[in-house]
Design a protein around this ligand. Sequence first.
Ligand SMILES: Cc1cc2nc3c(=O)[nH]c(=O)nc-3n(C[C@H](O)[C@H](O)[C@H](O)COP(=O)(O)OP(=O)(O)OC[C@H]3O[C@@H](n4cnc5c(N)ncnc54)[C@H](O)[C@@H]3O)c2cc1C
Ligand code: SF4
Length: 337
Amino acid sequence: MRPFTYQRATDPDAAMAALAISDGNTAPTEATVQALAGGTTLIDLMKLDVMRPQALVDINPLAGAWAEINLEGGNLRLGALARMSDVAAHPEVQRNYPVIAQSLQLAASPQLRNMATLGGNVLQRTRCSYFRDVSYTACNKRNPGSGCAAMDGVNRMHAVLGTSDQCIATYPGDFAQALIALDAIIEISGKSGTRSMPFAQLHKRPGSTPHVETALAPGELISAFTINGRWPRSVYLKARDRQSYEFALSSAAVALDVQDGIVQDARVALGGVATVPWRAREAEALLKGLKFDDGLAGRVAEAAFAGAQPREHNAFKIDLGKRVVARALHRAATMEI
Ligand SMILES: Cc1cc2nc3c(=O)[nH]c(=O)nc-3n(C[C@H](O)[C@H](O)[C@H](O)COP(=O)(O)OP(=O)(O)OC[C@H]3O[C@@H](n4cnc5c(N)ncnc54)[C@H](O)[C@@H]3O)c2cc1C
Ligand code: SF4
């Protein structure tokens, strides 16, 4: 592991000042100064020599307001330093936003969830094995312009949606699908103040710059996530190679508003199959104004994968993904609330 300096941020201004050293146009994920939250991804990647920050700014002392779970006023506000396990176990979150609680509960392991924060979770890096192994030089995300070893390599875990000819890496997290399905807003703190942005705008598709993963500017921190309204009829379903401690092969975050048997609003987001948290907007629109049945769920699932582009080893994700979407919709439509 390379040497680095460590500093504890005593308040948000001190954190911002420490993080805002000039990195020019460097993507925040590659910045030489990194915020340290739970450290469950960052320290891993430093040990692998994939991330090479020269300085870490520990933001855990900002917990307090930045770790609150607040359901006042009919909305949900989650501080970015809230631990995954605390949010997953919160009875009001479980009752009013099951898709949030389930997406966190089905992620990682109990030890990791106790340590990991929501902000760090949404900013975790891809699990593409060529990205995580520096003995492979060809990785446009880690080494821009070097090529992509996964294109003709082992790409079973890779994405079928949102890919480019530069990168096919899957966005690995679970919680982000719940956030994008519920139209979450993120609150971002930087040296020039606080701004808000739809969560859907945070992650960037790889295009010709796979190393630029988010819309955050260097030195900016996510301070909170907010969701308007309640979504009690919502579900997160995850298919993986084993039942715990494993990333998704395919997942679906689904939320429905059903009145008198008719779907008034529907949200469908996909995980494990796309380069970014993926909202299937055209597919979900098929549900609106109709009475739910499993035939309709099947048509929504077909539409969700209409643009999928498989590689040699990952075509199975398309059929699996359709089954996951249809099953998640069935569960949400038939759940007792
Ligand atoms: C074996 C294993 C299995 C896992 N399985 C899953 C899984 O199934 N599903 C899943 O979703 N995740 C999984 N994970 C990932 C895990 O959930 C993440 O490692 C964790 O959520 C990251 O949170 P953290 O607080 O530890 O982040 P850190 O490691 O502290 O930070 C990660 C990155 O985010 C930045 N950062 C952190 N907080 C902020 C903030 N507030 N603002 C701006 N930047 C910030 C850091 O600078 C760093 O670049 C797994 C991890 C491991 C090691
Ligand atoms: S898929 Fe993306 S992250 Fe993986 S090797 Fe190719 S460029 Fe790198």
